[in-house]
Design a protein around this ligand. Sequence first.
Ligand code: HEC
Length: 142
Amino acid sequence: MGRSILSLLMLALANAAVAAPDRSRQNYIQFCAGCHQLDGSGSPGVGIPDMRAQLGYFLNSPGGRAFLVQVPGSANSPLSNAELALLLNWMLTTFSPAQIPASFVPYSESEVRQLRAQVPAAVDELRRQVTADLQRQGFPVN
Ligand code: HEC
């Protein structure tokens, strides 16, 4: 009796680990939407970029891919590396699915850990370099 309850409990725990729910939408609402708006439209007039039909372009440049992790709102959030990886993957597929290159490999916990550990001093300068590079490649990034 006691043993079967224990094995049921262990089975339940194992399933919970496999099917850990993706809390990205809730994390976005809690930590990002206050500035970026629920639909990702931001407030361009006060410097909060519209991420809709834009975010995916950044994946076409290694610096752009790094930038999405290293921008202060991402890097300085209270989210773990694993949570931030899932959140960025969710934001990309939610706000900018058509701009994601076919070769896209989702962010992983270890990639986010590395990028967060080497944030450049001038992230805004990184964005300027990245957008200039993307525009040269022909991507209509704002
Ligand atoms: C206090 C307001 C604020 C919050 C909260 C915020 N951001 Fe931002 N975010 C900005 C601003 C302003 C920019 C423009 C770049 C900059 O100045 O940092 C930006 C830019 C970005 C960009 C780059 C978009 C682009 O086109 O340059 C990403 C990605 C991003 N934020 C992700 C996040 C994530 C993820 C969260 C939540 C975990 C978050 N931000 C929370 C204000 C915010």
